[in-house]
Design a protein around this ligand. Structure first.
Ligand code: NAP
Length: 275
């Protein structure tokens, strides 16, 4: 068993996050369950006998309150796993005036990480982000239309947000690794969870809800494996900070992912949006 770490996991009320929480709890870590649904979050936390917090990422005031509560509750946070997210649609605007997928998958975890930054630095923490292979294969980033005001399709927006998460991971590494924070993004693979089940993308909804197709996908335990491995591992020896991982191995990247100017511009633009 590795040394117990304080591990905050968002999206831990279901799917990959809940599977990772169960496994890491069994391995002796102090797991903190963060979810959106109060009932589901309480069920997972109750099962494990651990602390939990609820925040709906479509509301940035709830993300700010979550950060405040986490900062108050824990003297250190060794791992922040930004895992909450999904494929949504049709286009919906949040109370904060942002497109929902963009806010839940990218803006909210960016804000949460920023608000926990001092604690993460003081703890020499790892920030682990659930991305997707689509960040490499299919995503395009339009800095002038981050909110997808002009170009909305559920899958396109989802892919962009996962590319944004990978660029955020790389820029977090560039800005804060020297101060002790490590960061990695990973692709959990296609996993049979609630993912895409409420989306207006018909092909994705069919893939994730049709029993015969769903049966082809592995379960959440398998999807959680890379996250569990990153939590247990040591940056610098088991994995490299700034990296993108797939099945516990470095994933190939592409020109956009390696574009440091783009990552810096995205960070700056995101800070502007959150002012
Ligand atoms: N499943 C796949 O094939 C796949 C592939 C690539 C990447 N991923 C990524 O894996 C991550 C976990 O997804 P999953 O597959 O485990 O799906 P899931 O079973 O639907 O779980 C999603 C989690 O995110 C939370 N969440 C959703 N909307 C939220 C909101 N507005 N505010 C706060 N939390 C919210 C959910 O909370 P509640 O349950 O409390 O609503 C749940 O805990 C996501 O980032 C997803 O993009 C999944």
């Amino acid at each position: 068993m590795s040394e117990g770490k304080t591990v905050v996991i968002t999206g831990a009320s279901d799917g990959i996050g809940a599977a990772a929480a169960r496994r890491l709890h069994r391995e002796g870590h102090r797991v903190v369950v963060v979810g959106r649904s109060p009932e589901k979050t309480a069920a997972v936390a109750g099962e494990l006998g651990v602390e939990s917090f609820v925040a709906d990422f479509t509301r940035l005031d709830e993300v700010r309150k979550l950060a405040e509560d986490l900062n108050a509750a824990f003297s250190r946070i060794d791992v922040l796993a930004n895992n909450a997210g999904g494929l949504f649609g049709p286009r919906t605007e949040t109370a904060d005036g942002f497109e929902k997928t963009f806010q839940v998958n990218y803006l909210a975890p960016f804000l949460l990480t920023q608000l926990l930054r001092d604690k993460l630095i003081a703890s020499g923490a790892a920030v682990l982000q659930t991305a997707s292979i689509s960040a490499r294969l299919a995503a395009k980033l339009e800095l002038d239309d981050l909110n997808h005001d002009h170009d909305f399709a559920p899958v396109r927006v989802y892919n962009s947000t996962k590319l944004e998460i990978v660029l955020f991971t790389k820029e977090l590494h560039r800005r804060y690794h020297a101060q002790g924070v490590s960061a990695a993004a990973f692709d959990p693979g296609g996993v049979a969870t609630n993912f895409a089940t409420g989306s207006s993308s018909r092909p994705m909804r069919i893939l994730y809800t049709t029993p015969a197709l769903r049966a082809l996908l592995p379960g959440p335990d398998k999807g959680a494996k890379t996250l569990v491995w990153l939590v247990q591992g040591r940056p610098g020896s088991d994995w490299e900070s700034g990296g993108l991982y797939l099945r516990r191995k470095p994933s190939r990247t592409n020109r956009q992912i390696e574009d440091a100017d783009l990552a810096r511009a995205l960070w700056d633009r995101t800070e502007e949006l959150l002012k």
